[in-house]
Design a binder for this molecule. Sequence first.
Ligand code: GDP
Ligand code: IMO
Ligand code: MG
Length: 426
Amino acid sequence: MSVVAVVGAQWGDEGKGKVVDLLASRADCVVRFQGGNNAGHTLVVDGKKSIFHLIPSGVLHAGKRNVLGQGMVIDPRVLLEELGRLDETGRLESAGIAISDRAHVIMPHHLVLDRLREQTPGGSVKVGTTLRGIGPAYEDKVGRRGVRIGDLLSEERLRNVLAGALEYHAPHIAQKGHAVPDLDETVRDYLDFGKKLERYVVDTVELIHAEIETGRKVLFEGAQGALLDVDHGTYPFVTSSNTVAGGACAGAGVGPRSIDRVLAVLKAYTTRVGEGPFPTEETGEMGERMRQAGGEFGSTTGRPRRCGWFDAVAAKRVVRLSSASDLAITKLDVLSDLDEIRVCTGYRVDGKPVDALPYAAFEKAEPVYQNLPGWKTDIRKARSIDELPENAKAYLRFIEDVTGAKVSIVSVGPEREATIHVQELF
Ligand code: GDP
Ligand code: IMO
Ligand code: MG
């Protein structure tokens, strides 16, 4: 097996960063294929915590290739800051950074538009975005007025494309009483970013194919999670890219036949940041308990994450959406104090039972719960399935049974070593 895609299977923050860092030790190349710095991926290595928003989570292993693929939207200012941090820790030279010349660029007007919409939604819903300009950047891409990384290397191209985009957005921005970013100033700043990034800019499609064809191991790193997918998530409370495994094909430039295994990352319970339906949410004391036990505060915006029970109906759907062969179950340790653990096995909408994700009525879906017994044992030192208490093993079996996928990784703490490798993926 040489190509594995790792994707989030809930509303993000499932622990993808930790899982990708683990797998990266055996991979040669890690590729981000969608999203931007709305992502926050946390790695804990040798007691030290690192959070990356744009750079792939393979960078803490020297000598790997770390690729920012063309399906991403990249804020060059943020990327340069992250590269600067890598440099300070002496990791930049061995990080093998490559940036797609075709990835889209988050421009100042995207940040303005994201903020304006969230403050005064008129006409659009308040989503509780990360305010990083992600949605507006993808809109310009699809509207065929987006600036791409390659455009930052040519003043003429950058000026032309940006002038068109600003002309399109200026009336709306001005009408909302906000200053329209200045064309000359923006061109100057972004050409400067282009100069600083130029050494990393390549055609990443050729690079990725060369890796695959020479038998090197490639890891596709998803950001966000399937329930935030623009097509399959809880629309309109979603992000603006395809977060399911298929997104790796379009966003990195490979066909589905190139991906050997898909690993879906599922937290042992559920969290969500921002607005939108969340049927198994616990808003009271239980939710607070999970938030404290799991340290559930956003790695990008610091917002407290909403917490609730594991949703088996959603998990089953998501495994299908990504044809996931394998599961990584993370944060199992967070549930260790509970006498009983609830899992949602169906919904009721207007009193009627439903066993699939309802289209329009998701916000009205009331969860139907099954109670599973807790294990009441500290499992943070378990390093094999046999070291887990019976009830924890039964919890994992329950998840395998409802999803039809195999648990290959169990995470019992934030650190690299707090992991049970049930089966190697590479
Ligand atoms: P990502 O966006 O999917 O990469 O996840 P985040 O990094 O945003 O959030 C996951 C958080 O949980 C981070 O703070 C991780 O350090 C932490 N984490 C990951 N796996 C585990 C685990 O098994 N147990 C505990 N207690 N924390 C974990
Ligand atoms: P990682 O990769 C959790 C959520 C935002 C908001 C919605 C749209 O760390 O799992 P956007 O800024 O993308 O337009 O916001 O999506 N969101 C995330 N939630 N983890 C993420 O990334 C997220 N990226 C976006 O909170 O509800
Ligand atoms: Mg995150």
